[in-house]
Ligand binder design. Structure first.
Ligand SMILES: [Zn+2]
Length: 219
């Protein structure tokens, strides 16, 4: 029987918020807990998506990135022997490519720093009632990561809620399913709020009509 406290450390581990002793215990657990590995991967994916979404600077467009990569590839092709009359122009091209490669490197470093900064400002909490967790970026954008939630009954849907100051705000409907699913919440999650899930009629409702069967700790 797996110990639930170790399962619950997934969000904190993904956000580098554990003590060295906890990291050691969690990684030992991770080595033989497939559910935690899958949940961790989904959680990290959600966390990175939220970090990029909330980043202060947009990443270079894919077009620019592709051009930088092309230039870097061109530089690598220069290792083939060259006839002397081509050396000067190729050297010039290589210099341009090297600058482009440095640009790409700088972009990667900047992206990693942004992600690091964003991660440290992120919060992650486990939920009760299902396997999973809630991750919230520093802009308040949140996602629910749930594992092996059986599909909603026929004619019904799962509906997520952000509950703050005793008020529930709808945050999206979703179907369950095997494996780990990530639901990006339609409503911001302020600090101290709870994320909950109810079963509602298909299409969802404006206010919960059922008692939540999944509730998070306050984020
Ligand atoms: Zn586990």
């Amino acid at each position: 029987m797996e110990s639930q406290p170790l399962h619950d450390l997934t969000p904190a581990y993904a956000l580098d918020a554990l003590s060295p002793e906890e990291v050691e215990a969690y990684e030992a657990h991770l080595a033989h807990c497939e559910q935690c590995r899958e949940e961790l991967a989904q959680f990290q994916g959600a966390a990175e998506a939220l970090a990029y979404a909330a980043g202060p600077e947009p990443a270079p467009s894919s077009d620019l990135r592709e051009r930088i990569l092309d230039a870097a590839r061109a530089e690598r092709s220069n290792v083939v022997p060259l006839r002397s009359r081509w050396t000067a122009p190729v050297a010039a091209l290589a210099a341009v490519a090297a600058c482009a490669a440095i640009g790409l490197l700088a972009w990667n470093v900047s992206l990693r720093q942004q992600l690091g900064d964003a991660k440290s400002a992120m919060r992650g909490v486990p939920v009760s009632g299902a396997r999973g967790s809630v991750v919230v970026g520093y802009s308040g954008t949140g996602a629910l990561v749930l594992s092996d939630l059986r599909a909603a009954p026929a004619g019904k849907t799962y509906e997520a809620w952000v509950i703050a100051d005793g008020k529930a705000t709808r945050a999206g409907v979703f179907a369950g399913g095997s494996g780990t699913i990530v639901i990006t919440l339609d409503h911001a999650v302020p600090a101290g709020a709870i994320v909950a899930v109810t079963v509602e009629q298909a299409g969802g409702v404006e206010q919960p009509t059922q008692t939540p069967f999944i509730t998070s700790q306050p984020v």
